[in-house]
Design a protein around this ligand. Structure first.
Ligand SMILES: C[S@@+](CC[C@H](N)C(=O)[O-])C[C@H]1O[C@@H](n2cnc3c(N)ncnc32)[C@H](O)[C@@H]1O
Length: 251
């Protein structure tokens, strides 16, 4: 999201007052907050990043940026690597501004998004191009995509907003659908300083993630990091990271 909010001044550390002993209140278990909300399920947390984009002015404004983002950010990062564009997935594709560029290189493109509205927009934009498959997914998995079928998984300007556990879930799916030796390119947050915050309150709506944490999640999912680059996003220094990873080829 291109919201130009300024980062708020960092909170100053304060010393903790000594903890007062807990006083039992009738019918309230000691130590449990009175107003304890149920934790959201993973599917519900996926909708937190999906729902703001069912309809959004983002899609019109971001079309103006994709040409320079492709030449200044994406291509320089990918160019040194042997990316196989034979079977590409544009993951969390929105209205397909990246798909336009991927279609210049790819014989088969799967366009995926949690929102039906995005996929309908892409269907109108690209029509019944025989190279394209369209998928509305559940927000945490790629159940409709077969094992070992994708040569390059691509995601730009979407996972920056995702809940970290949703990203962890997807990385296992990326490993499953990637061909051995296939690569994944993910643009994610490198901002990890407000755990538990509502991502929509953070600068450029960044969720909690870092270069190191993403690399660790990749390793846990059985993916090898090939390259990572911390990048600025507009005025925000080192806010994001580009990660390229590979599904290992069995020995
Ligand atoms: C900021 S838009 C970016 C779209 C596109 N990548 C671009 O660069 O224009 C974020 C997209 O991610 C999708 N999205 C959000 N959460 C998702 C999830 N959990 N799974 C799949 N797609 C999701 C939204 O529906 C939206 O289309």
């Amino acid at each position: 999201m291109h919201l130009f909010r300024r980062r708020s001044k960092a909170a100053q550390p304060v010393s903790e007052p000594a903890a007062a002993p807990l006083t039992p209140i009738a019918n309230v278990p000691v130590g449990k907050p009175v107003d304890d909300p149920q934790p959201l399920s993973l599917l519900e947390r996926a909708r937190l990043s999906g729902d703001p984009f069912t309809v959004s002015p983002y899609f019109t404004s971001s079309e103006l940026d994709i040409a320079w983002e492709w030449t200044d950010i994406i291509e320089p990062f990918l160019a040194p690597h042997q990316v196989d564009y034979s079977a590409v997935a544009d993951f969390a594709a929105g209205h397909g501004r990246n798909s336009v560029y991927l279609l210049r290189k790819s014989a088969h493109l799967t366009i995926i998004d949690i929102n039906q509205s995005s996929i309908e927009f892409c269907q109108t934009r690209f029509g019944n191009d025989a190279r394209i498959r369209y998928l509305v997914n559940d927000g945490i998995s790629l159940a409709e995509i077969g094992d070992n079928t994708i040569s390059f998984l691509y995601s730009f300007d979407s996972m920056v907003h995702f809940d970290p556990d949703v990203i962890a879930s997807y990385l296992h799916e990326f490993r499953r659908v990637l061909q051995p030796g296939g690569m994944g390119f993910c643009h994610h947050s490198n901002s990890n300083d407000k755990p538990g915050s509502d991502f929509k309150q953070n600068i450029h709506w960044r969720n909690q993630m870092s270069r190191a944490r993403f690399a660790e999640l990749c390793r846990t999912a059985g993916l090898e990091i090939v390259d990572q680059r911390v990048i600025d996003w507009r005025e925000a220094i080192a806010l994001d990271c580009l990660s390229l990873f590979m599904k290992p080829i069995p020995a």
